[in-house]
Design a protein around this ligand. Structure first.
Ligand SMILES: Cc1cc2nc3c(=O)[nH]c(=O)nc-3n(C[C@H](O)[C@H](O)[C@H](O)COP(=O)(O)O)c2cc1C
Length: 132
């Protein structure tokens, strides 16, 4: 099993577009027993995918080709024995009032997950999933 974390950007995603990405991902990942988290916050997607190595690699190949986001940067890919996240979680942070959590991870009011370590991203995602 592997855990893959990446960050990407979409500066002007409509609520409907974001909702569609989240809903489709939820449906697909569930059938493939892939878990993790997908959040959209301050113009950035942060996604952690957990599951079978090949399935994750194949899904990430598709995600990288998806024109609905850009500047896709892999933060970490590790072999894991146990999942960090239960099932599949996702959230539009801006829509769900998690801004207070995201604010804690801002530097000078700027949210820039590209500069965060894997550990910091995992802590942020854990914090968000706890209140989902
Ligand atoms: C930010 C973002 C996250 C995505 N996450 C997933 C995902 O977790 N699982 C998934 O199947 N597709 C995800 N997608 C959609 C894929 O990029 C792609 O559209 C989809 O897998 C196409 O599947 P198909 O080739 O089977 O139609 C995501 C897209 C974006 C923009």
């Amino acid at each position: 099993m592997i855990q893959l974390i990446y960050v990407s950007q979409h500066k002007s995603l409509s609520f409907q577009e974001a909702q569609q990405i989240l809903n489709n991902s939820f449906a697909k990942n569930k059938t493939l027993d892939m878990g993790g988290v997908l959040i959209y916050a301050e113009g950035h997607f942060i996604q952690c995918l957990e599951g079978d190595d090949t399935l994750i690699e194949e899904t990430f190949k598709k995600i990288k080709k998806d024109t609905r986001h850009e500047n896709i940067v892999e933060i970490a890919k590790d072999k894991i024995e146990q999942r960090s996240f239960d099932g599949w979680n996702m959230s539009l942070v801006n829509e769900r009032g998690f801004n207070s959590i995201v604010k804690k991870y801002c530097d000078n009011e700027t949210f820039n997950p590209y500069f965060m370590s894997k550990e910091t991203i995992l802590t942020l995602l854990q914090e968000i999933t706890k209140v989902m």
